[in-house]
Design a protein around this ligand. Sequence first.
Ligand code: ITT
Ligand code: NA
Length: 227
Amino acid sequence: MLRYVTTNPGKVREALQYLDGVAEQRSAADRTQSGIVEQLDYDYTEVQAAELGPIAAHGAREAYRHAGEPVLVDDAGLFVDGFDGFPGPYSSYAEDTLGVEAVYRLAERELDDPRRAAFRCVLAYCDGEGFAASPDPVDRDDRTAAAARGAEQSDEETEGLPVKLFEGVVKGRIVPPRGDGGFGYDPIFEHDGTTFAEMSSEEKNAVSHRGRALAKFGEWFAERTEF
Ligand code: ITT
Ligand code: NA
């Protein structure tokens, strides 16, 4: 059993839809969806860092020690180019304090159109075992690769448990809120003319940061196990 570690029901919906879909395609017909991956509603400590990688890696170790079974932690954020990546790793805090509409209004007031931004998602997998050397599944993107290396190194030194990271990125722009699907910043994030809140979770998964990270994870995990 793989535990998808998050307190956020929106993430769970997208991740389970994706991972159950992958598992169903690849596995025996008698496998039930619920037996493969389940949410673990666990609020791990979010260490302060400028990048998502170290936060997710630290969280995965903590969640694994808590759960005692394989875990996948999902750390994500909205990075606004004109704000030098803000709110980024502080996206959850900014949503709780300012709110999503205020983040839009701030961007509208301070930045010229197009207000470029990216969603990033880092998935951190830990099952208490090591990983054989394999081609790095993390993005070629410099920033991402650096974040991944940083996470692996610093965490290796402090805590030992190996963690594997998978990152997905999607580019878009900040727009006035549209749509009532999705969650979080979805209404103000437009990709190819559609906000994420105007997409079904299946449509969102096909292009999103989370969908891309899940695709990388799914490919790696399928080879590692009978998943
Ligand atoms: P967990 O840490 O328990 O997983 P969280 O919601 O606090 O739940 P993060 O720490 O990763 O998750 O915070 C990410 C913030 O970015 C939070 O405000 C989310 O609502 C938002 N967010 C993450 N993924 C998103 C997505 O796909 N679409 C819109 N907003 C997203
Ligand atoms: Na969080």
